[in-house]
Unconditional design. Structure first.
Length: 266
Protein backbone atom coordinates (compact mmCIF):
# COMPACT_ATOMS: atom_id res chain seq x y z
CA UNK A 1 0.00 0.00 0.00
CA UNK A 2 1.33 3.41 -1.04
CA UNK A 3 0.50 6.45 1.08
CA UNK A 4 1.49 9.90 -0.13
CA UNK A 5 1.74 12.78 2.35
CA UNK A 6 1.63 16.29 0.88
CA UNK A 7 2.59 19.46 2.72
CA UNK A 8 0.40 22.57 2.98
CA UNK A 9 -0.92 23.15 -0.57
CA UNK A 10 -1.86 26.82 0.01
CA UNK A 11 -3.98 26.70 -3.11
CA UNK A 12 -1.05 26.11 -5.45
CA UNK A 13 -2.85 23.86 -7.90
CA UNK A 14 -0.04 24.11 -10.45
CA UNK A 15 2.40 22.63 -7.93
CA UNK A 16 -0.09 19.92 -6.96
CA UNK A 17 -0.57 18.92 -10.60
CA UNK A 18 3.18 18.27 -10.92
CA UNK A 19 3.03 15.56 -8.22
CA UNK A 20 2.99 11.99 -9.48
CA UNK A 21 -0.14 10.32 -8.14
CA UNK A 22 0.05 7.10 -10.14
CA UNK A 23 -0.47 4.02 -7.98
CA UNK A 24 -1.14 6.02 -4.79
CA UNK A 25 -3.70 4.39 -2.48
CA UNK A 26 -4.16 7.24 0.01
CA UNK A 27 -3.29 10.94 0.12
CA UNK A 28 -2.67 12.82 3.38
CA UNK A 29 -2.77 16.63 3.62
CA UNK A 30 -1.20 18.55 6.50
CA UNK A 31 -3.62 21.50 6.38
CA UNK A 32 -3.56 25.07 5.01
CA UNK A 33 -5.32 23.84 1.90
CA UNK A 34 -6.13 27.19 0.33
CA UNK A 35 -4.22 30.29 -0.70
CA UNK A 36 -4.16 32.77 2.19
CA UNK A 37 -2.15 35.58 0.65
CA UNK A 38 -4.71 38.25 1.49
CA UNK A 39 -5.46 36.92 4.97
CA UNK A 40 -1.76 36.56 5.81
CA UNK A 41 -1.01 40.12 4.66
CA UNK A 42 -3.80 41.48 6.85
CA UNK A 43 -2.75 39.40 9.87
CA UNK A 44 0.97 40.25 9.61
CA UNK A 45 0.25 43.98 9.25
CA UNK A 46 -1.78 43.98 12.44
CA UNK A 47 0.78 41.85 14.30
CA UNK A 48 3.42 44.49 13.54
CA UNK A 49 1.06 47.32 14.54
CA UNK A 50 0.30 45.63 17.88
CA UNK A 51 4.01 45.25 18.52
CA UNK A 52 4.46 48.99 17.89
CA UNK A 53 1.51 49.90 20.13
CA UNK A 54 -0.56 51.09 17.18
CA UNK A 55 -4.28 50.40 16.70
CA UNK A 56 -5.14 47.52 14.39
CA UNK A 57 -6.43 48.19 10.90
CA UNK A 58 -10.17 47.57 10.62
CA UNK A 59 -10.51 45.90 7.24
CA UNK A 60 -13.88 46.43 5.53
CA UNK A 61 -16.33 43.51 5.24
CA UNK A 62 -15.88 43.15 1.48
CA UNK A 63 -12.11 42.83 1.90
CA UNK A 64 -12.49 40.23 4.65
CA UNK A 65 -14.92 38.22 2.52
CA UNK A 66 -12.51 38.38 -0.42
CA UNK A 67 -9.73 36.95 1.79
CA UNK A 68 -12.07 34.20 3.01
CA UNK A 69 -13.18 33.25 -0.50
CA UNK A 70 -9.58 33.13 -1.74
CA UNK A 71 -8.95 30.38 0.81
CA UNK A 72 -12.29 28.63 0.21
CA UNK A 73 -12.18 28.46 -3.60
CA UNK A 74 -8.54 27.47 -3.91
CA UNK A 75 -8.84 24.81 -1.18
CA UNK A 76 -11.74 23.15 -2.96
CA UNK A 77 -9.90 23.22 -6.28
CA UNK A 78 -6.88 21.44 -4.79
CA UNK A 79 -8.83 18.76 -2.93
CA UNK A 80 -11.19 18.07 -5.84
CA UNK A 81 -8.18 17.48 -8.08
CA UNK A 82 -6.46 15.10 -5.64
CA UNK A 83 -9.66 13.16 -4.91
CA UNK A 84 -9.83 12.12 -8.56
CA UNK A 85 -6.80 9.88 -7.94
CA UNK A 86 -7.18 8.44 -4.42
CA UNK A 87 -8.99 8.90 -1.11
CA UNK A 88 -7.85 12.07 0.66
CA UNK A 89 -7.51 12.46 4.44
CA UNK A 90 -7.22 16.05 5.66
CA UNK A 91 -6.51 17.92 8.88
CA UNK A 92 -7.17 21.64 9.18
CA UNK A 93 -4.35 24.12 9.59
CA UNK A 94 -4.53 27.69 10.86
CA UNK A 95 -5.90 28.87 7.51
CA UNK A 96 -9.15 26.86 7.52
CA UNK A 97 -12.12 27.95 9.62
CA UNK A 98 -14.49 25.53 11.30
CA UNK A 99 -18.21 25.98 10.75
CA UNK A 100 -18.45 27.69 14.15
CA UNK A 101 -15.64 30.10 13.27
CA UNK A 102 -17.21 30.75 9.86
CA UNK A 103 -20.53 31.67 11.49
CA UNK A 104 -18.70 34.08 13.79
CA UNK A 105 -16.82 35.69 10.90
CA UNK A 106 -20.06 35.98 8.93
CA UNK A 107 -21.79 37.74 11.84
CA UNK A 108 -18.86 40.13 12.31
CA UNK A 109 -18.76 41.26 8.69
CA UNK A 110 -22.49 41.05 8.08
CA UNK A 111 -22.04 38.91 4.96
CA UNK A 112 -22.93 35.28 4.29
CA UNK A 113 -19.98 32.89 4.01
CA UNK A 114 -19.99 29.25 2.86
CA UNK A 115 -18.83 26.39 5.08
CA UNK A 116 -15.57 24.86 3.86
CA UNK A 117 -15.91 21.76 6.05
CA UNK A 118 -19.30 20.91 4.53
CA UNK A 119 -18.10 21.52 0.99
CA UNK A 120 -15.05 19.28 1.47
CA UNK A 121 -17.12 16.47 2.95
CA UNK A 122 -19.36 16.49 -0.13
CA UNK A 123 -16.38 15.49 -2.27
CA UNK A 124 -16.34 11.72 -2.77
CA UNK A 125 -13.42 10.02 -1.03
CA UNK A 126 -12.53 12.97 1.22
CA UNK A 127 -12.37 12.60 5.02
CA UNK A 128 -11.61 15.37 7.48
CA UNK A 129 -9.86 13.66 10.38
CA UNK A 130 -9.51 16.61 12.75
CA UNK A 131 -8.81 15.12 16.20
CA UNK A 132 -9.84 11.68 14.98
CA UNK A 133 -8.26 8.28 14.67
CA UNK A 134 -8.60 6.68 11.23
CA UNK A 135 -7.79 3.18 10.03
CA UNK A 136 -6.85 2.71 6.40
CA UNK A 137 -6.08 -0.86 5.41
CA UNK A 138 -4.80 -1.61 8.92
CA UNK A 139 -2.67 1.57 9.13
CA UNK A 140 -3.58 3.64 12.21
CA UNK A 141 -3.56 7.35 11.39
CA UNK A 142 -4.10 10.01 14.04
CA UNK A 143 -5.28 13.37 12.72
CA UNK A 144 -4.66 16.47 14.85
CA UNK A 145 -5.99 19.85 13.72
CA UNK A 146 -4.10 23.07 14.32
CA UNK A 147 -4.44 24.51 17.81
CA UNK A 148 -2.90 27.35 19.75
CA UNK A 149 -0.20 25.86 21.97
CA UNK A 150 0.90 27.57 25.16
CA UNK A 151 4.47 27.13 23.92
CA UNK A 152 3.70 29.50 21.02
CA UNK A 153 2.30 32.17 23.33
CA UNK A 154 5.32 31.93 25.62
CA UNK A 155 7.73 32.06 22.69
CA UNK A 156 6.10 34.86 20.67
CA UNK A 157 4.61 36.93 23.53
CA UNK A 158 1.73 38.53 21.61
CA UNK A 159 0.43 41.91 22.82
CA UNK A 160 -2.83 40.35 24.01
CA UNK A 161 -0.81 37.83 26.03
CA UNK A 162 -3.32 37.02 28.78
CA UNK A 163 -6.23 36.34 26.41
CA UNK A 164 -4.05 34.27 24.10
CA UNK A 165 -2.61 32.28 26.97
CA UNK A 166 -6.05 31.42 28.34
CA UNK A 167 -7.16 30.30 24.89
CA UNK A 168 -3.94 28.33 24.39
CA UNK A 169 -4.32 26.60 27.76
CA UNK A 170 -7.79 25.39 26.75
CA UNK A 171 -6.72 24.28 23.28
CA UNK A 172 -3.52 22.60 24.50
CA UNK A 173 -5.45 20.63 27.11
CA UNK A 174 -7.89 19.48 24.44
CA UNK A 175 -5.04 18.45 22.11
CA UNK A 176 -3.33 16.48 24.89
CA UNK A 177 -6.59 14.65 25.56
CA UNK A 178 -7.03 13.86 21.86
CA UNK A 179 -3.49 12.53 21.53
CA UNK A 180 -3.83 10.49 24.72
CA UNK A 181 -6.91 8.88 23.20
CA UNK A 182 -4.97 7.97 20.06
CA UNK A 183 -2.38 5.97 21.97
CA UNK A 184 0.21 4.56 19.58
CA UNK A 185 -0.37 5.21 15.88
CA UNK A 186 1.53 4.37 12.72
CA UNK A 187 1.14 7.90 11.33
CA UNK A 188 0.54 11.21 13.09
CA UNK A 189 -0.86 13.79 10.66
CA UNK A 190 -0.76 17.26 12.17
CA UNK A 191 -0.29 20.86 11.10
CA UNK A 192 2.40 22.37 13.28
CA UNK A 193 5.75 20.63 13.88
CA UNK A 194 6.93 19.51 17.31
CA UNK A 195 8.60 22.25 19.33
CA UNK A 196 12.28 22.71 18.47
CA UNK A 197 12.16 20.36 15.48
CA UNK A 198 11.86 21.79 11.96
CA UNK A 199 9.98 24.79 13.37
CA UNK A 200 12.23 27.87 13.32
CA UNK A 201 10.71 31.00 11.73
CA UNK A 202 13.00 32.60 9.14
CA UNK A 203 10.42 33.74 6.57
CA UNK A 204 11.25 37.34 5.61
CA UNK A 205 7.58 38.24 5.24
CA UNK A 206 6.86 37.41 8.89
CA UNK A 207 6.82 40.11 11.57
CA UNK A 208 10.41 40.98 12.48
CA UNK A 209 9.97 40.07 16.15
CA UNK A 210 9.01 36.50 15.11
CA UNK A 211 12.25 35.74 13.31
CA UNK A 212 14.45 33.03 14.81
CA UNK A 213 11.76 31.76 17.18
CA UNK A 214 10.36 28.23 17.45
CA UNK A 215 6.72 27.97 16.34
CA UNK A 216 6.24 24.28 17.00
CA UNK A 217 4.11 22.54 19.61
CA UNK A 218 5.34 21.11 22.91
CA UNK A 219 2.13 19.07 23.11
CA UNK A 220 3.01 17.36 19.83
CA UNK A 221 6.63 16.92 20.92
CA UNK A 222 5.60 15.26 24.19
CA UNK A 223 3.29 12.86 22.37
CA UNK A 224 5.94 11.83 19.84
CA UNK A 225 8.50 11.23 22.58
CA UNK A 226 6.06 9.04 24.49
CA UNK A 227 4.27 7.08 21.77
CA UNK A 228 6.90 7.02 19.01
CA UNK A 229 4.67 6.94 15.90
CA UNK A 230 6.57 5.59 12.94
CA UNK A 231 5.86 8.65 10.81
CA UNK A 232 4.92 12.25 11.62
CA UNK A 233 3.80 14.53 8.81
CA UNK A 234 3.41 18.27 9.38
CA UNK A 235 3.84 21.65 7.68
CA UNK A 236 3.05 25.18 8.95
CA UNK A 237 6.62 26.52 9.10
CA UNK A 238 7.39 26.17 5.43
CA UNK A 239 10.93 27.52 5.50
CA UNK A 240 11.91 24.75 7.96
CA UNK A 241 10.87 21.92 5.66
CA UNK A 242 12.97 18.79 6.01
CA UNK A 243 13.37 15.51 7.84
CA UNK A 244 14.37 14.82 11.43
CA UNK A 245 14.05 12.05 14.00
CA UNK A 246 12.71 11.96 17.54
CA UNK A 247 13.72 8.61 18.93
CA UNK A 248 12.50 6.09 16.35
CA UNK A 249 9.92 8.48 14.87
CA UNK A 250 10.61 9.95 11.43
CA UNK A 251 9.37 13.55 11.36
CA UNK A 252 8.74 15.27 8.04
CA UNK A 253 7.93 18.95 7.71
CA UNK A 254 6.64 18.96 4.14
CA UNK A 255 6.55 22.73 3.75
CA UNK A 256 4.44 23.89 0.83
CA UNK A 257 3.30 20.95 -1.31
CA UNK A 258 6.43 18.88 -0.75
CA UNK A 259 5.80 15.13 -0.61
CA UNK A 260 6.79 11.94 1.14
CA UNK A 261 5.73 8.54 -0.17
CA UNK A 262 5.65 5.62 2.23
CA UNK A 263 4.92 2.00 1.40
CA UNK A 264 3.38 -0.29 3.99
CA UNK A 265 2.21 -3.88 3.87
CA UNK A 266 -1.56 -4.24 3.77
Amino acid sequence: MRILAIGDPHGNLDAIKKISLKGVDLILLTGDLGSANLARKMAFENAERRKQGLPEIEHPPAERKKAFMEIYDSALAVVRYLARYAPVYVVFGNVELSNKETRKESREIGLKLPFLKDALERISGVRIINNRLANFGGVRIGGLEYFLDTSWVKEFKPGDYSDNFRQAARESAKARKVLSGFGKVDVLLCHQPPYGVLDRVTFKGAPKHWLGKHAGSRVVLDYIRKEQPKYVFCGHIHESAGKSKIGKSEVYNLGIAQTKLIEVED
